[in-house]
Design a protein around this ligand. Structure first.
Ligand SMILES: [Zn+2]
Length: 167
């Protein structure tokens, strides 16, 4: 994905510092404000923005490169156990468990996608033995490691209950 930002170019109305080199941008000089979206605030649900005032020279290029690096080095949240907290399974066990966990997730997505009770029962009948085998291999799944939205979790729970299962 490319990194985008918004640039607003203005003449400085009073002296003020550059956010890159910290030198002054004097009154009357053309400069730019770079604005990036920081995602949504978890607290308020509002979009967060960040803006920096920079010189329209090498400072702007530096800022752009820094922004690009920030974006590419940001922590990506991935599913699965944190590193170093593994389950000490053999490579075969690991591969089988991973395969089963993925199959289970795929079947659960199919459950979410349908309202047909018969189909849900059929899917659940496939999920249950997988669930049993997962536990056999490495113990129960840790719900906290699934990056599943709470509303989806509830919807799934309701559908599974309807079909009389606890997968
Ligand atoms: Zn500067």
């Amino acid at each position: 994905m490319s990194v985008t930002c918004r640039i607003v170019t203005t003449l400085r109305s009073v002296d003020g510092p550059c956010d890159v080199c910290e030198d002054v941008i004097p009154k009357g000089m053309m400069y730019c404000t770079v604005i990036i979206r920081m995602g949504t605030s978890k607290k308020t649900g509002k979009q967060k923005w960040r803006s920096d005032k920079v010189h329209l020279n090498i400072c702007l290029s530096k800022w752009v490169i820094l922004d690009y690096m920030r974006f590419n080095e940001r922590k990506k949240s991935k599913g699965g156990r944190p590193k170093g907290s593994g389950m000490h399974l053999s490579d075969d066990g690991k591969a089988e468990r991973r395969h089963l966990v993925r199959t289970r997730a795929r079947l659960l997505r199919l459950v979410l996608a349908t309202d047909d009770t018969e189909r849900i029962r059929m899917l659940v009948a496939r999920i249950e033995p997988i669930q049993v085998r997962i536990v056999e291999i490495g113990g129960p799944l840790n719900e906290n490691l699934m990056h599943r939205d709470l509303s989806i979790r509830d919807a799934l729970g309701a559908k599974l209950k309807e079909a009389g299962s606890h997968a």
